[in-house]
Design a binder for this molecule. Structure first.
Ligand SMILES: O=C(O)[C@H]1O[C@H](OP(=O)(O)OP(=O)(O)OC[C@H]2O[C@@H](n3ccc(=O)[nH]c3=O)[C@H](O)[C@@H]2O)[C@H](O)[C@@H](O)[C@H]1O
Length: 408
């Protein structure tokens, strides 16, 4: 076969080369214009999504009462977050939620809470508090007067298994949020979830905010205690108004399936035994159980009394309030007494395996002094454990059905 290169004249060779260069050039041109129009399309799509997201956020933040507030609720699809969001919306405040729908105790309950919020006009953005770009978008869209920061990695035991989740959620995310709040103009006032777990076995009962709480007894407590220190620093450096709430054992409808009362009811209904811990002296453990409606009142009263942040755009213009409140019931109940109330409600009996506590630093006896919250917030828990558990049992049977337990 003839080799075209050997037998071509130099002119023919030159013209062939020119043709290939032109083809390559046209291809490059085509690819460039294709990429450019693709990027424009993506960009306009992104802008469209961004604009429609901002429109939804603005609608959710709309205030419908005189002197209302606009609140960014983090952890809005969580137990306390969903209840607080609904309460604020019901009285005409603007509420925007953000939640990462973490899978710690399953996403399906969080999704259902989100649907409930959506039905009542509260939009929950699916995103992470630790995402500064998301926070910028939210703060550029709405002038929040308050932030209710409830997003957290909870659970005292799980910290042993996955300590980094606590550092990420309870420390890193908190700092990301405070950074955004500090440079917002105007700065919002912040109410956030610390925990009754910061008190340890060395504390006298009833636990008081005046007590020295260090060293924290567990890693979970440690991250919450660190949160208290960090928020105090932002308060002093940047004039942010801060209120930390030390929640005790909060229970009720739409509650957290990882908590003891949840696993107890599940086992009672399924005819399986439950484990009941005792301390090293074989004494029953006790908790200061507090019903969700009472906690909601405490959260809303905290928001209503924050006082203003004084800074703007990252600099301080005078001192701002820094507060910490215990929010519990003020009357401890033992774990076996809680089990008996559940049994009575369900008219069923359960076998209890009583075992010694594993010595993980968790409190054996929680009893809280709430006089500061009574005085400053008008906090007055109104629901005793028997009444609260009756409501919880009713909800549980409606939500999960009886007797086979969770739907999913
Ligand atoms: O203050 C908080 O911030 C924390 O409050 C809650 O912690 P606690 O008050 O310890 O509640 P919870 O686990 O329901 O155990 C209740 C009691 O039952 C005992 N318990 C537990 C399990 C079991 O199988 N048997 C048992 O006896 C157990 O030893 C204890 O005495 C949240 O769970 C936690 O995530 C965090 O939010």
């Amino acid at each position: 076969m003839e080799d075209p290169f050997i037998h071509s004249t130099p002119t023919q060779f030159k013209s062939r080369r020119l043709t290939s260069i032109t083809i390559v050039f046209l291809w490059v041109l085509f690819l460039l214009s294709f990429t450019a129009s693709y990027l424009t399309l993506i960009n306009s799509d992104h802008r469209f999504l961004q604009t429609s997201l901002q429109k939804t956020v603005r609608a959710s933040a709309h205030i419908r009462r005189a002197n209302g507030i606009s609140v960014l609720v983090t952890g809005a699809a969580g137990f306390i977050g969903s209840h607080v969001s609904l309460a604020l919306k019901a009285r005409g405040d603007g509420v925007v939620g953000v939640d990462n729908f973490g899978s710690y105790y399953g996403r399906s309950l969080k999704m259902t809470r989100r649907d409930l919020l959506d039905f009542h006009g509260v939009f929950v953005v699916d995103g992470d508090v630790n995402d500064p770009r998301l926070l910028s978008m939210l703060f550029n869209t709405v002038e929040f007067t308050h932030v209710m920061h409830l997003a957290a990695q909870v659970g005292v035991q799980y910290a042993v298994e996955n300590p980094y989740a606590y550092v990420r959620s309870n420390i890193a995310s908190l700092v990301t949020l405070l950074e955004k709040c500090k440079s917002a103009d105007p700065q919002p006032a912040i109410v956030w979830a610390s925990s009754g777990s910061v008190y340890g076995p060395h504390n006298k009962v009833p636990f008081s905010e005046m007590d020295q709480v260090d060293p924290p007894p567990t890693l979970y407590a440690s991250t919450k205690r660190t949160g208290e220190e960090i928020t105090h620093t932002y308060n002093r450096l940047y004039g942010l108004s801060i209120t930390g709430l030390r929640f005790f054992t909060v229970y009720g409808p739409w509650g957290r399936p990882d908590m003891a009362y949840f696993s107890f009811i599940r086992n009672i209904l399924q005819g399986r035994p439950i484990t009941v811990y005792q301390d090293k002296n074989r004494v029953d453990l006790a908790r200061d159980f507090i019903y969700i409606d009472d906690i909601v009142k405490g959260c809303v009263a905290s928001l209503d009394t924050t006082g203003r942040s004084t800074g703007s755009g990252g600099s301080k213009n005078g001192s701002a309030p820094y507060r910490i409140f215990n929010l519990g019931n003020g009357s401890p109940v033992t774990v076996p007494a809680l089990v008996t109330i559940l049994e009575e409600n369900l008219k069923m009996k359960v076998t209890k395996d009583v075992v010694g506590m594993c010595g993980n630093g968790d409190d054996s006896f929680a009893y809280v002094n709430i006089s500061l919250a009574e005085r400053e917030l008008g906090f007055k828990p109104a629901t005793d454990l028997r009444t609260g558990l009756r409501e919880f049992v009713k909800w549980y049977l409606w939500y999960y059905g009886n007797p086979l337990g969770p739907k999913s």
